[in-house]
Write a protein that binds this ligand. Structure first.
Ligand code: NAD
Length: 305
């Protein structure tokens, strides 16, 4: 048996595939039997005009290696047009890699509404539009794979990136719900949190660090998660330079108070250490039912009482 996972017969849409991570994904899938839609509008890092045909170069590279690919130049905000390209060229879509992205870094003090809105528009609305257009095909064929691209700035915050952080954590919530809505149709959705050398990072990381962060080292994580044999869903994978980790929510065991007038800020102050204690018996919640179990744990609130 080959030790290579392959994607023969699969149609993959990769957004923002003209450079950086997206290009690495597109070349990988093109070389492993998939038909690839190489989407990119060729904009600048901040979302302005750029080279409108970067996608063509990637298509040519895939074809030169014997693979199948078509270019699409629409913004992800018009995700239906990107999926239309897949349908026209290859008849369906199986895998969506929501990767396109831009930055408008500003401290909150200097943030304009335009900087804020454009970031939400490209990252959140764009991922929604592409996924939404692919969803009916996924459901009908009872197969679909979605990768959404978050960022450490979204999970943990980063100076100068309130707009980007909000968008990137928004994509985590988006993915968690997609995973639930897709489960019975064999549609999985996962988040990757990459760190890689690209024009996004080349001015903020030193050359010796960048040298370890080839985009190709993110490819195996994406390739694994979208393979037909892998049914994992609702995961958050933080990965860089060949290190692959999984991130999950953790909730402290907490403290229970009587739900009456004795539950005051000072009552909380007296037991705040318990609330903030992550040492033992922590939950790792994955759904809203898990919150109800916390509520019901407090005997005074149990429905039977
Ligand atoms: P990149 O700038 O090299 O690639 C992004 C690509 O998206 C570009 O080719 C750009 O033209 C394209 N694009 C931008 N807006 C678009 C739009 N509206 N429609 C279609 N295409 C559009 O950057 P990258 O580092 O490869 O980033 C890829 C993704 O990974 C982004 O979502 C980014 O936020 C995320 N990310 C990257 C890193 C990192 O370390 N490089 C870290 C965390 C998250």
């Amino acid at each position: 048996m080959s030790d290579k996972l392959r994607y023969d017969g699969k149609v993959v849409v990769v957004t923002g595939a003209g450079g950086g991570l997206g290009k690495a994904y597109a070349l990988f899938f093109g070389a492993r039997g998939a038909s690839v839609v190489v989407n990119d509008l060729g904009g600048s890092l901040q979302g302005g005009d750029g080279n409108a045909r970067v996608a063509d170069g990637v298509v040519k590279e895939i074809e030169a290696l014997g693979g199948k690919a078509v270019a699409n130049y629409d913004s992800v905000e018009n995700g239906d047009k990107i999926v239309e390209t897949a349908i026209k060229a290859f008849g369906t879509v199986h895998i969506v890699i929501n990767n396109a992205g831009i930055l408008r870094d500003k401290s909150l003090k200097n943030m304009s509404d335009q900087d804020w809105n454009l970031i939400q528009q490209v990252h959140v609305f764009g991922s929604y539009k592409v996924t939404k257009a692919a969803w009916p095909y996924f459901r009908k064929q009872k197969f679909g794979r979605v990768i959404n691209t978050a960022s450490a700035a979204g999970l943990y915050g980063n100076f100068g990136q309130t707009n980007y952080s909000a968008a990137k954590l928004g994509l985590v919530g988006f993915t968690e719900t997609l995973a639930k809505e897709g489960a019975k149709y064999n549609i999985t959705a996962n988040v990757i949190v990459p760190l890689a050398a690209s024009r996004m990072t080349e001015t903020i990381l030193p050359p010796d660090v960048l040298a370890m962060l080839a985009p190709e080292y993110i490819v195996p994580v994406v390739g694994y998660l979208v393979h037909e044999s892998v049914t994992e869903s609702n995961g958050i994978y933080e990965t860089a330079a060949g290190v692959v980790t999984k991130v999950r929510w953790e909730r402290s065991n907490g403290a229970e108070f009587k739900a009456d007038e004795t539950f005051t800020p000072s009552a909380l102050l007296a037991r705040i250490d318990e609330v903030q204690n992550f040492d033992e018996n922590c939950d790792h919640p994955t759904g809203s039912k898990d919150l109800m179990s916390v509520v019901e744990r407090n005997a005074d609130l149990k429905p039977s009482q």
